[in-house]
Design a protein. Structure first.
Lengths: 214, 214
DNA sequence: GTTTGTTAACGGTACCGTTCCGTTTCCCTA
DNA sequence: TAGGGAAACGGAACGGTACCGTTAACAAAC
């Protein structure tokens, strides 16, 4: 796309408009759901005319799917040489901090909620958010399995489903939820999954890992 | 409530109207979500005047929460003397059949999706649907744990979260899903949880268990 | 000056929560 | 047995708001 091809004639599109629209669409989607989001409100919130939206996306579902897709943050980058248990416990605090945020919690819930009626949105989330994280995690699980750090009968995919699913389930549960509670919960899940808590080397501190969760 | 207290004067409310309204509200909620459901449409679908709805429930959220609450089916009744593994594998087929139904799948997704913006609906589901099932299952898990049929470090609540969460996660995943696939998946989850597959006694057939799921 | 982007305004539809109808169904008293 | 009162019923309409998808007119970039 950065290829030579001549620039199309006429006035080029404002790239800032794309970003503003996607951001506004995501905010409204998180707060009001698909059915409660209208192109008109997205346009108003983005400070843009309706036609500016319609020109780029043909409808609500397509727009929201694009917004979800654009919302993914930096791809995960797990250290391949660190044992799974060390990674898990080391990242637990940062993980908890991240997924407990109301905005994240609400977005996950919304995406889940649309899976039946608007599969495109769920598919966008799954492809651009969930799958990359699973792909990054899988080799660590397989290595742990090969080294005997996990029960022999472990199926990596099912294990990931169970861990992510449990966290998701916990997030969706009614009632307040703070980061400390969630951290404890994460550790319980790791333990239940069969991971041994690593004994922290003296002076070693938990190493934050950016962007994770179900 | 069946107590003596005199019947209030005037025409009594039509109980059929309650049922029709709740049914219509649940259908519309499943199909269009909270934000896409209007009292007006509920009334029309139920063949009832708007006022008949407003007389009973003060607003949309309250109505839908009541509809979700009323949609719960017969309480589970697990045989306390059967080993957990036998119950799990015996009920897997019926379970799979049940939770794969589009209506169930969609309802779970919708409820999950409202957990952030409309906690009352999620709370109704949790209290009247999830909790009773967990309460029925817990003693079986504790017994299995005591008998050594589960890993010693097992935390019953976390285990239930992981099993239910995994299934939920699988339900929300995009793409088609048939009962046979789901049955295999359920069995994978049971195995991953640490349950040993029971060797079926000759002539013994899977025993259906009514109404389960996340 | 041609192409495209942006904005403002269009008519039409749906829903809101409320308020009237005229009717129906029950309880209580005369 | 005959009435009268109280409440619920379906249906229609209220003014007000929001959104739909499109079109016409102005502005900007090439």
């Amino acid at each position: 796309m950065t290829a030579p091809g001549r620039r199309p004639p006429g006035r080029p599109r404002d790239p800032g408009a794309d970003a503003a629209i996607l951001r506004a669409a995501l905010d409204l989607f998180i707060e009001h759901g698909v059915e409660g989001t209208s192109i008109e409100r997205v346009a108003k919130a983005a400070g843009v005319g309706k036609l500016t939206v319609y020109r780029r996306w043909s409808g609500k579902e397509e727009l929201i799917a694009a917004a979800v897709e654009a919302a993914r943050d930096d791809p995960v980058d797990l250290p391949a040489d660190t044992p799974l248990a060390a990674v898990a416990w080391g990242a637990a605090a940062a993980q908890a901090e991240h997924i407990v945020q109301p905005r994240f919690r609400a977005m996950v819930a919304r995406v889940l909620g649309t899976s039946a009626s608007h599969p495109a949105i769920m598919a966008a989330y799954w492809t651009h958010y969930v799958e990359p994280r699973r792909a990054a995690l899988r080799p660590l699980i397989e290595r742990a399995l090969a080294e005997g750090a996990l029960p022999a009968h472990t199926d990596p995919d099912v294990l990931m489903d169970m861990m992510a699913g449990a966290v998701l389930y916990r997030l969706a549960r009614p009632g307040p939820l703070d980061a400390a509670t969630m951290r404890r919960y994460l550790e319980d899940v790791y333990a239940q999954a069969g991971l041994e808590r690593p004994r922290p080397a003296p002076g070693e501190q938990s190493e934050p890992e950016r962007g994770g969760g179900p």
